[in-house]
Write a protein that binds this ligand. Structure first.
Ligand SMILES: [Fe+2]
Ligand SMILES: [Fe+2]
Length: 211
């Protein structure tokens, strides 16, 4: 009789713990999904700005002596558009979409950079400024996708994590290209480069702790 009562009590406690855990997961999901959506909206608009900016950057490198840089910038531009599609799909899965005001602002910024790249092409140092600006922005993009991956994991959208980390790695490759190109220029001896991008791995020891 005593054993039956103990078993019933243990089962009750287990059920309660399960409900509590379920509630915590629900709260975590709620708590981290909104920041995840904001990060993805920001990334989606940022990719548009980058694609516009690289349009100008590529056009400023149309001379034959810049053929290699031109090809690389075009390849990077295509990858930014792929990222944009991928992020749009993630937003859709979260029941959200791009933020129109953010899209307009970042689209405009991208267009301004496009024009500046083309107009300043004859000026000495403009090559370096464009490479430097792109590298610095790519470095921040790495951090943005890493933060989104952490947020996705904490919100329980674990299927998005590998893709977000893959995009962070692609941004890291972009950053490394611009860093190498800047280092090849004499101005890099006098102007310090941007800080290196953050690590894009998710520490497995943090997996059970809400981020
Ligand atoms: Fe990108
Ligand atoms: Fe990039």
């Amino acid at each position: 009789m005593q054993t039956e009562a103990n078993t019933a009590q243990a089962q009750g406690a287990k059920r309660e713990a399960g409900q509590q855990a379920g509630q915590n997961i629900g709260q975590n999901s709620e708590q981290f999904t909104q920041p995840l959506i904001k990060l993805l909206q920001s990334a989606h608009a940022g990719e548009l700005a980058a694609a516009h900016a690289y349009e100008g950057h590529a056009r400023s490198l149309s001379a034959p002596e810049h053929a290699e840089d031109y090809r690389e910038i075009r390849r990077i531009q295509r990858e930014e558009m792929e990222h944009r599609q991928c992020v749009a799909h993630m937003l859709q899965l979260l029941g959200a979409g791009p933020r129109p005001s953010r899209e307009r602002i970042m689209g405009l910024i991208g267009h301004v950079i496009w024009r500046l790249c083309v107009w300043t092409r004859p000026l000495w140092g403009s090559w370096y400024v464009a490479m430097f600006g792109a590298g610095w922005l790519e470095s921040t993009n790495v951090g943005e996708y890493v933060r989104a991956a952490h947020c996705a994991k904490a919100a329980g959208h674990e299927t998005m994590v590998p893709e977000l980390l893959r995009m962070a790695e692609v941004e890291r490759e972009h950053e490394a290209f611009f860093r190498r190109r800047c280092q090849s220029h004499i101005l890099s001896r006098y102007l310090p480069l941007w800080p290196p991008p953050e690590n894009s791995t998710i520490d497995t020891t943090q997996e059970k702790t809400p981020l």
